[in-house]
Design a protein. Sequence first.
Length: 91
Amino acid sequence: MATAIARYSLLTVTSGAAFVLVVLTYGAGTDYALLFVSRYREELAVHEDHHDALREALRRSGPAVLLPSSMRGVIRVDLGPVGGPRVRFGR
């Protein structure tokens, strides 16, 4: 995906930045999946219908996933100033 972004935009993604992005994405995805599963199990204990439990789990875990995910996106682009892997703008 990083290669496609680099080809069709003004971003140049170094291999180090792409690797860090993959590791952080899998880590965050696993963390949020565990959060959602635990919320769903809590709601199954309260609601008889699993559709209601699923709806409530999504409602309760959505904000907890959305804000940190968006902040990670900002932080990933800003890795350059601290000497880490870089995402350069322009060609």
